[in-house]
Design a protein around this ligand. Sequence first.
Ligand SMILES: *Cc1c(COP(=O)(O)O)cnc(C)c1O
Length: 492
Amino acid sequence: MPKLIFEKHVPGSNAFSLPSSEISDQAFSEQIPDQTNFGRIPAQFLRQEAMNLPEVSEVEAVRHYTELSTRAYGVDSGFYPLGSCTMKYNPKINEWAARLPGFACLHPYQPADTVQGALQLYYEMQEMLAEIPGMDGFSLQPAAGAHGELAGVMIMKAYHQQRQDHKRTKIMVPDSAHGTNPASANVVGFEVIEVKSNPRGLVDLDDLRSKMTEEVAGLMLTNPNTLGLFEEEIQEIAAIVHDGGGLLYYDGANLNGIMGVARPGDMGFDVIHVNLHKTFGTPHGGGGPGAGPVGVKAKLLEFLPKPVAVKEGEQYRFNYDLPLSIGKVKNFYGNFGVIVKAYAYIKALGAEGLKEACQHAVLNANYLRHQLRDTYHIPLDRLCKHEFIINSKKQAENGITTLQIAKRLIDFGYHPPTVYFPLIVSEAMMIEPTETESKERLDDFIQTMRNIARESVENPELVKQAPQQAVIKRVDEVTAARKPVVKWEAGV
Ligand SMILES: *Cc1c(COP(=O)(O)O)cnc(C)c1O
């Protein structure tokens, strides 16, 4: 096991050097009393002894963290077919754009006339985002997909309340939905009703019809759904919900399967969020910042989170004067750096490029599905969009599970796909290759998956014991979940 930075501690080592101060501590606190905490923090809360911090030289500190960085697996290190997460390659020019001093060094309270360029970008992003899924307006405030859902469901609630329609206390969510959908509806105070999927993996219309009562505020839907399948009866679904007085929410976390080709706004959706950090070429994972802008049709514009950027003549400014707005959902204006990256991405690709990205994402997924169907069971084996599902039914004869196949992929240098989701398919493995992978890379992955299927027959123990090549091998997941040790303590 690699050593922790604390275990590399050598007393007296130092990673910095500062000139000695010309001002004594005492003189400092007398001169600028507000700048020191000593007078304000009650004595019982002050640290009594020096913090136990590791001492290492600069070069050892650099080596330590460089070494750690090579242990993290990302899109820049290899294929990452994590379904529902769209781990596409993020072009580095987006980072360049976000770091331009004219964007990176702005102060959020700068007067509007000194930040016209940033405001123009913000405004144009609202416009472009509205056009891509066919909505009438967007707010760029929400910081993530789930946050966009929260804002979107708050908008649905505000809409019904504004109409004095107070009996709508429920929201419908299909059983294939991403877990954030019922969670968001719940946080806003709605009771969640589950809508069943039919044997084809799509919304069961009879079930939907029977549940669409005047107590229902709307339906949250992903299309293509989490099985990678397009809801072919979407117009019928929209009619059922709208005729019942409800609104249709589109979970647009993954627009990769339809962007440039079909528009949720044309399908009848009223509210949508999109994940800039999935579809629009900005990094995610590891807790980095995201952006989940929320968009609406015209009748819901006045409920959008504020502020939104507006253009008056040739001038741009933020508009806070939205009396029916659900309010602010984030400090300042959202994660501006992420918005700049996504803007660079959309501008670089253009309308044709976005469409091509979508088509390649769908082509890659169908190519993989086709090449894997002889070795793996595919529960809903028909044309998919950007992702599809296989499971370990064929390998189960040799006692092999989906988890073990996923762990074995790690030995071959691949990040495993999403496993055990969606919940309606047993032993599910959800594969999303994205458009940025070459045929050569996909062929290598296919070969690896076939090798693992062969190993499952010839040497099942090898698969069951995987991963053997990783720094961390099999972990005790139950203990890790029940008794997590998340901090290091000296001598423990
Ligand atoms: C990723 C995802 C979300 C949530 O997005 P976050 O940015 O992780 O909050 C919601 N719905 C679907 C379908 C997703 O794939």
